[in-house]
Write a protein that binds this ligand. Structure first.
Ligand code: FPP
Length: 242
């Protein structure tokens, strides 16, 4: 069995977070508009999610639009919203059939009204699904998410524990991401799931997102499986736990 192949001994992450970077550069290299890169990125996003579920990964969170991205040119933003308008419900029906719950995380009230309606519909359709989930981060910023959680706690007059904060985040009730993947050659987290990824293994790929294949995902999972997760303990303490 090849060392880069998933086999029965591979530890499968319980939650993979993906920063889908590089659509623009991918398109530019092909002398195509950025919107073409985003369309290819969307197709790849769906393909990767399906492959992750087939491999037994129950939760996937993708970074589709940050709050900072809202300052991008109107034309590019409309292209992204059009992807949601034209494809989202169809793609998401496929997840619904597989029993996957869909959540859009972020400041969705800042999106155009018709996009908000589509989001509400797909979320409603899958709200009964438990155990498997896709989170699509739109108008998302991790610091804003934490501030929102703190304000909710203040409203409840609480002195909070870590568990309380986790329960007030968009990802409440889900396992924290144990594998965070970023494509597009940059080595940073860009305000994505900062609280939730405290112990995630970080995997950076030089590939632009539309080129990040199912095989690349498997390679990342095999790498994840080879990591020893110590959660602050010593090697010896971890060995005792096994
Ligand atoms: C960052 O890379 C990527 C984005 C801002 C958009 C990611 C969106 C998708 C993958 C499509 C899915 C979309 C929706 C709306 C669900 P970049 O494109 O800025 O790349 P660059 O750094 O090469 O310019």
């Amino acid at each position: 069995m090849g060392r880069n192949k998933i086999n029965g001994e591979t530890k499968i992450p319980q939650h993979i977070a993906i920063i889908m970077d590089g659509n623009g550069r991918w398109a530019k290299k092909r002398l195509m508009p950025r919107s073409f890169g985003h369309k290819k990125g969307m197709e790849r996003m769906i393909g990767l999610m399906e492959h992750a579920f087939d491999l037994g990964v129950p939760y996937v969170t993708v970074y589709a639009l940050s709050t900072e991205n809202l300052t991008r040119p109107e034309e590019e933003l409309n292209g992204l919203y059009d992807l949601i308008r034209n494809h989202f419900e169809g793609y998401m029906d496929r997840f619904c059939e597989k029993g996957v719950r869909l959540r859009i995380i972020g400041e969705t009230h800042r999106l155009p009204a018709d996009v908000q309606e589509i989001i509400a519909r797909v979320e409603e359709k899958t709200k009964g699904c438990v155990g498997k989930g896709v989170n699509v981060a739109l108008c998302y910023g991790s610091r804003a998410e934490i501030v929102r959680a703190v304000n909710l706690a203040v409203e409840q007059g609480k002195t909070v524990t870590e568990a309380d904060v986790s329960s007030l985040l968009y990802t409440a009730g889900q396992p924290d991401p144990d594998l965070m993947i970023r494509t597009g050659k940059e080595i940073r987290l860009s305000n994505f799931l900062l609280w939730q990824s405290a112990y995630a293994e970080l995997y950076f790929s030089d590939k632009m997102f539309p080129d990040f294949s199912d095989k690349d995902l498997e390679k990342a999972i095999v790498w994840f499986s080879s990591r020893t997760r110590r959660f602050g303990k010593t090697d010896e303490q971890v060995e005792c736990l096994h």
